[in-house]
Design a protein around this ligand. Sequence first.
Ligand SMILES: NC(=O)c1ccc[n+]([C@@H]2O[C@H](COP(=O)([O-])OP(=O)(O)OC[C@H]3O[C@@H](n4cnc5c(N)ncnc54)[C@H](O)[C@@H]3O)[C@@H](O)[C@H]2O)c1
Length: 296
Amino acid sequence: MKSFNGRVAAITGAASGMGRALALALAREGCHLALADNNRQGLEQTVALIKTATLSPLTITTQVLDVSERQAMQDWAARCVAEHGQVNLIFNNAGVALSSTVEGVDYADLEWIIGINFWGVVHGTKAFLPHLKASGDGHVVNTSSVFGLFAQPGMSGYNASKFAVRGFTESLRQELDLQRCGVSATCVHPGGIRTDICRSSRIDANMTGFLIHSEQQARADFEKLFITDADHAAKVILQGVRNNKRRVLIGRDAYCLDLLARCLPAAYQALVVFTSKRMAAKPPKPAFETHDKPHH
Ligand SMILES: NC(=O)c1ccc[n+]([C@@H]2O[C@H](COP(=O)([O-])OP(=O)(O)OC[C@H]3O[C@@H](n4cnc5c(N)ncnc54)[C@H](O)[C@@H]3O)[C@@H](O)[C@H]2O)c1
């Protein structure tokens, strides 16, 4: 797909971060939008931002839903086609983060993250695929992470969900290539991007004293790793779709970690253990003010 002008894109997680940035970037290119999120207020803010940033008359529809609910995603896909006439792109972008040890993690938390990060992507792909095929020119864009290429301690749920998105999307892409059906697929692996994901993430108490000193400090340290802004990330993703890339990496951190995992496919883990130990041993920083409360 070389141009997004006049096309219709559906985006999950459009109330914030990269989903919002994608919506704005696509609107600037004249693309009609179907936006979904479980955050109604955030979705309304995205629509208001688009209206002030673009002049061209675009059709924008919104849907409050939970991507982990299969029927809601099926119904939304059908509604998108009814309201827009067709859909060309689905961005399965909605996602959450979870920090916990394997030993201490609650099954409920694991089900929560896999339900959103993996099943949400599967639901979006399967619900929209027939409509993308019917449009004659379609693209599935699934958001994994650099942690879909590289594992870390305390991130097993996130790692599992993002490695799964990668496997699912790479297999899908090969099927679509074989079918020559006018639809393609791209898997996106962002490094640290400045968004709200840290605020909405769950950090289990079992991490304190293991890899982190306190939840507050962990959130602050985590945010320091967000070196790329969301608008740039959206630009890189859309360029990847234009170039029909199989894999899109975002940020120099993503390139570095990908290289490390390729060069030392097993031994990189020993390096991670070594650096994690050193970081965990560092004394806590002075108290840090935050207004944000975790969901947990
Ligand atoms: N920010 C990063 O550093 C980073 C790095 C790698 C991958 N990612 C991935 O990028 C994607 C976008 O995240 P972001 O960084 O923009 O975060 P964000 O928190 O700013 O945006 C995520 C959006 O998903 C929505 N969402 C969460 N659960 C949902 C659900 N059950 N149903 C519908 N919507 C839901 C949230 O309300 C939010 O609007 C995620 O899949 C995330 O895992 C982010």
